[in-house]
Design a protein around this ligand. Structure first.
Ligand code: 4AD
Ligand code: MG
Length: 432
């Protein structure tokens, strides 16, 4: 019996006869030879069926296989320098498992709405394959990084009664006889965690009722939110840039095949592993924008054109520090000697991908935080537990949130976040 392997294991089985469970993605044949494009979820490669090497029945069967038919293929592994993968299988036998007729996603070009309507099937194609493998590596490397740095993962609730990032983008749900919301950030809970465990992080789904239909917004996305006790913002920025550089280097090291499928040159990614990342103030950013011909005024928030312009002035990701209070949430620490800005920073990705991280040092004083909660129009009662953290051994602490899909869009050079999550949720999309 030939050994059963995956396509990704083929390089260790050159000149051996093996058996692999595969699906057919495409096919080309002539009178004497058939080329089968195969996938098994671990890689894509080619099966070659020569009329002279197999029985009449196997050759006929190969020529009649339809796209997405599943089957066991038996054959010998050979090197194939012309393909991305570098190996192929010389087919000896085929044993069909599941038939397939008229698979909707043919090898021709399809429009994005058609592809999204068929996302459950589109996932089988090469681009989603590569992006989901990179997503998996980033998830793996995130756990690795924070564990190495002495963080523990602490999961915040998804069902919440509070709204840390502003009350306009909440998904309301009926929680028995009370109002509740899907979490738009785990941060406030991570702050409680930092006071209990020192350094914590969360990594989970986050929900925002974004009415904007932009390339950068999903209504459900995944966020990594670290929070560190006894830590000021400058040290938090160092963790942020080390984390981003770590993820980029792990993708370069472990996702070469996926980057090739996406036509993303690892050489272009290498410069994002160089530290430190540049830092500019919001004030300076306003000057740069005005010099660049924007009519942005001090106090304005940045949209995608402003962020793109700013990041274009730098090779690496750039931190923009100290945004005006009026455009950031209540929990941030006001800057010393500046009444109008917070100790906070956004990290803007290069190549026009915009904000990938938002973070800040947090207000530590009970009375000042209580006043900020009141000023934001929130009820002190709902936030009493959060104020308690300042009542019992309050310490300087800082944290940040990185959107997984924003990071992936940049690394995968994808022009829309919807490609970077298996089943995207947007204003007009809840299916499949
Ligand atoms: O800047 P945001 O709103 O910050 C927070 O939520 C803080 N509580 C984080 C913290 O300090 N713990 O969101 C953080 C990141 C953004 O930089 C962006 O990468 C991503 O989350 N993000 C989105 N990603 C996809 N779709 C959306 N609608 C997003 N909104 C924010
Ligand atoms: Mg932000």
């Amino acid at each position: 019996m030939p050994e059963q392997i995956t396509i990704s294991e083929a390089p260790q089985h050159v000149n051996e006869t093996v058996k692999i469970g595969v699906w057919l993605t495409d096919k080309r044949s002539s009178g004497k030879i058939a080329f089968l494009q195969l996938r098994d979820g671990t890689a894509f490669f080619q099966g070659v069926v020569r009329k002279n090497d197999v029985s009449e029945a196997v050759f006929l069967q190969a020529k009649e296989l339809r796209q997405e038919t599943s089957f066991w293929v038996t054959g010998e592994i050979h090197e194939d320098a012309r393909s991305h993968f570098g190996y192929e299988i010389q087919v000896q036998d085929i044993e069909v498992v599941g038939t397939s007729e008229d698979f909707p996603i043919t090898p021709k070009e399809h429009g994005i709405e058609f592809l999204l309507d068929h996302r459950h099937l589109w996932l089988r194609s090469r681009r989603p394959f590569a992006i989901m493998h990179i997503r998996n590596e980033v998830i793996r490397a995130t756990y690795e990084f924070f564990n190495q740095e002495g963080f523990i993962k602490m999961d915040p609730p998804i069902l919440t009664g509070s709204a840390p990032e502003g009350t306009t983008e909440l998904f309301h749900i009926d929680y028995f006889d009370h109002d509740a919301y899907l979490s738009q950030s785990g941060q406030l809970y991570e702050e409680a965690g930092a006071m209990a465990f020192g350094k914590v992080f969360s990594f989970g789904p986050t929900f925002r009722a974004e009415k904007s239909k932009t390339r950068r917004h999903l209504t459900e996305f995944w966020m990594i939110e670290p929070e560190m006790a006894f830590m000021h913002q400058d040290e938090s920025l160092e963790i942020q840039e080390r984390y981003v550089a770590y993820l980029v280097s792990k993708v370069i090291d472990n996702c070469g095949y996926d980057l090739k499928l996406l036509d993303r040159d690892p050489e272009d990614l290498k410069k994002f592993t160089k530290l430190p990342f540049p830092r500019i103030s919001y004030d300076k950013a306003i000057d740069m924008l005005q010099e660049g011909g924007f009519d942005t005024k001090w106090g304005d928030d940045f949209g995608s054109p402003e962020e793109t312009y700013l990041s274009d002035q730098f090779e690496q990701p750039v931190f923009v520090l100290n945004y005006p209070k009026s455009i950031k949430p209540f929990y941030m620490l006001p800057a010393e000697g500046r009444d109008d800005v917070y100790v906070c920073a956004d990290l803007l990705a290069p190549e026009g991908y915009g904000e990938i991280i938002g973070g800040s040092e947090r207000e530590v004083d009970y009375d000042k935080l209580a006043a900020a909660i009141k000023k934001a129009g929130l009820s002190q009662e709902d936030y009493q537990w959060y104020l308690d953290l300042r009542e019992y051994g309050s310490v300087p602490h800082s944290g940040f949130g990185m959107g997984l899909e924003r990071f992936l869009a940049w690394i995968c050079k994808s022009d829309h976040l919807r490609e970077t999550i298996p089943f995207p949720r947007m204003l007009n999309r809840l299916q499949p």
